[in-house]
Design a protein around this ligand. Structure first.
Ligand code: GLN
Length: 489
């Protein structure tokens, strides 16, 4: 196995036994990133120099007799909507193309605190609005399993980087599915934590009541390690939960005997590819073999989730994005008065999808339509949350596909926003309810494209997700498959 294909927990073992240094692993990952970046285009910025010096520093902390933090020396990519002090943070938008933040996001501070090696900033749909990374204002990213297909989105750069060996792990953000759907398209693990578990300080806001940062990794144990580093109260984020998170690695290697798995009829109807459905059914049977018990549950209001999401998320986005006015930071278009300067900056700086959302959100919040659209969406959101509360009286976790399809072709859905929006039909309800969910590899289509299984748990029960997904992973081989992207000579 190549060094760049290893997991963080495997590397940790090798660091401790002094079989390997962070400098060697970092060099291997950075070389791989440079070699295949022209094909995959996972990064907006590759931080070669910063990575080299961080690796050297980590190696000093990993010296015998010192107790280095768990992620010391591990090459980690950061989604480009998380602020990195002194390192460009574009949100894949032209409006922030030259923005260099004066501070680190809390998640980045914590990674640096663990002496992780930041490899660079990964591509996303502009302001995290999209499901394919095609909405990036910088460039598109391609799926390492099939370069003619999308990696999913919006954390497509992070998922592609982890899948292709251009980073060992990565951070993602998930407002309606942006960690889980790309993880499923790229055959890696992605976890959306409970709202409030991970600080959003320094995450460029899209929809503040839905956004959450989480790990994208090659296996479940690595997801637990990365979540350990990220989770916990942060006084800089007023929505951060005042709880002491457990050590998530203690939830792996546990039995799933007697664990009740809820199967919502609403998630197993039409609209999913037969190969996806078959893989999910097979995965549920595998969990049964391991001792879990399937139970039927109802999520009656889930058919309203996508509509409610596109009102709540766009309403919040229209307000959050008002700050890009050309006056404070980012791009500024020249004009001889302030109004023209602001409108020209926004007209040139934002891409089509971002503009569509600002218009939709402004409309939903406007005086005449506020009650009819925004307030109604909030009510639907409450009903969706209550459905989950009721379902979790009967089960411990809920299983579903992560996405109704495997990775689609580049360009296939760009002319039809509604079809693109439906890519997140199974992931969006989780954000609306503020609970947690993981996507893990659970099969491949005949065309060798990865399929993801989503497991959902109640708020702050990430531990259950680790127990069940680790048990599934131990009993299967899907997470061991790697795409074979070769540099063009
Ligand atoms: N695809 C969804 C959207 O376009 C979700 C994006 C996200 O989670 N950031 O809004």
């Amino acid at each position: 196995m190549e060094l760049y294909e290893m997991t963080a927990h495997e590397l940790r073992g090798k660091f401790e036994r002094r079989e390997l240094s962070s400098a060697e692993v970092t060099a291997a990952v950075m070389k791989r990133a440079a070699d295949i970046e022209p094909l995959v285009r996972a990064y907006v910025t590759i931080a070669h120099d910063e990575a080299d010096s961080a690796a050297a520093e980590a190696d000093r902390a990993l010296a015998p007799g010192k107790s280095a933090p768990p992620l010391a020396g591990i090459p980690i990519a950061v989604k480009d909507n998380m602020c990195t002090k002194g390192m460009r943070t574009t949100c894949s938008s032209k409006i922030l193309a030259n923005f260099v933040p004066p501070y680190d996001a809390t998640v980045v501070t914590r990674l640096r605190g663990q002496m992780a090696v930041i490899t660079g900033k990964t591509n996303l749909d502009e302001f995290a609005m999209g499901s394919s990374t095609e909405n990036s204002g910088i460039h598109k990213t391609f799926n390492p399993w099939d370069l003619e297909r999308v990696p999913g989105g919006s954390s497509g750069g992070s998922a592609a980087a982890v899948a292709a060996g251009m980073a060992i792990m990565a951070t993602g953000s998930d407002t309606g599915g942006s960690i889980r759907q790309p993880a499923s398209f790229c055959g890696v693990v992605g976890l959306k934590p409970t709202y409030g578990l991970v600080s959003r300080y320094g995450l460029v806001a899209f929809a503040s009541s839905l956004d959450q940062i989480g790990p994208i990794t090659r296996d479940v144990e690595d997801a637990a390690l990365l979540l350990n580093a990220m989770a916990g109260h942060d006084p800089l984020d007023t929505t951060s939960a005042k709880i002491m998170p457990p050590d998530y690695t203690t939830f792996i290697n546990r039995s799933v005997k007697g664990m009740r798995i809820g199967l919502p009829a609403e998630y197993f109807g039409d609209g999913q590819e037969p190969e996806v459905r078959a893989a999910i059914d097979k995965s549920v049977r595998k969990l049964e073999e391991l001792g879990a018990e399937p139970v039927e549950v109802e999520l009656h209001h889930s058919p309203y989730a996508v509509a409610a999401y596109y009102l709540c998320a766009t309403a919040e986005a229209s307000s959050n994005l008002a700050r890009y006015d050309g006056a404070q930071y980012g791009m500024r278009a020249e004009a001889d008065n302030v109004i023209d300067m602001c409108s020209r900056t926004r007209a040139r700086g934002f891409g089509a999808e971002v503009k569509r959302r600002i218009m939709l959100g402004t409309y939903a919040l406007s005086a005449g339509y506020y009650d009819a659209y925004y307030v109604k969406a909030l009510k639907a959101r409450t009903l969706i949350k209550r459905d989950f509360d009721r379902a979790f009286e009967k089960c411990d976790v809920i299983a579903s596909p992560t996405s109704p399809t495997a990775a689609f072709k580049v360009g296939e859905k760009t002319d039809n926003p509604l079809e693109m929006y439906l890519s997140d039909i199974f992931t969006i309800p989780v954000n609306l309810a503020g609970i947690c969910a993981i996507s893990i590899p659970c099969g491949f289509t005949l065309q060798n494209l990865p399929i993801g299984l989503q497991l959902i748990a109640p708020a702050f029960e990430e531990g259950r997700l680790f127990t069940i997904s680790h048990a599934f992973e131990q009993a299967t081989e899907w997470h061991k498959k790697r795409p074979s992207v070769m540099p063009s000579s």
